[in-house]
Design a protein around this ligand. Sequence first.
Ligand SMILES: *Cc1c(COP(=O)(O)O)cnc(C)c1O
Length: 245
Amino acid sequence: LTADGLAARLAGVRAAIERAAERAGRGAATVRIVAVTKTHPPAAVAAALAAGLRDVGESYVQEARAKRAAVGTAGAVWHMVGGLQRNKVRAAVAVFDRVHSVDSVRLAAALGAAAADAGRRLPVLIEVNVGGERSKRGVAPGEVEALGQAVLGQPALALEGLMTVAPWSEDPERVRPCFRLLRELRDRAAARLGVELPHLSMGMSDDFAVAVEEGATWVRLGRVLFGARSPGAWRPDPSAGGESS
Ligand SMILES: *Cc1c(COP(=O)(O)O)cnc(C)c1O
């Protein structure tokens, strides 16, 4: 992917976000793009930053750590969007600025402890399995409030909102109810927990416009910016322990 190619794709995405925000009567400035660079080399992160993107999303701790070491820490904000194992929590806190995928009380406790030890307050979102798919992570809609309470009980975590990976469909209109449900769950949890939950992390390459219409504040975009992924195309060098520069 060339810098020009990425710039052109980004311009198209931004225009689509603007149109969707306008249809929903909201400002496009409230919608931010997380550039999901998983499987792509550090050069993709550098290209994203050069194109004016700031927020980078990754799904694996080692991969993100290696890219962060290669690209340097200046400028980028790193988002964990994948499943997080508890034995990786300390490493994750060292690498990521925000975690979108808190899906259990135990993970919240581990993240809270690691963030406290690191002397940080870590912004997090709760991942919800709105489609009820077996293959997806996330808590059931009925468990959002209880997990929210647990996250709020961790002083080193800052609960910002909810995240979902909607079921895939050829027709993005079919996933609109999932995005709407996430927004309703957010509104309900904010009222019941008595906190503001400003963020909804929802919408990916195939359905981000619909997600914006339903209130997304973070859209997580991979393929529409960087092209198709080929798994294993780029891997951190294991001998370097992910710390190579
Ligand atoms: C890979 C991934 C994305 C990006 O998906 P695209 O369809 O490539 O836009 C977004 N969110 C999560 C959680 C992902 O794992």
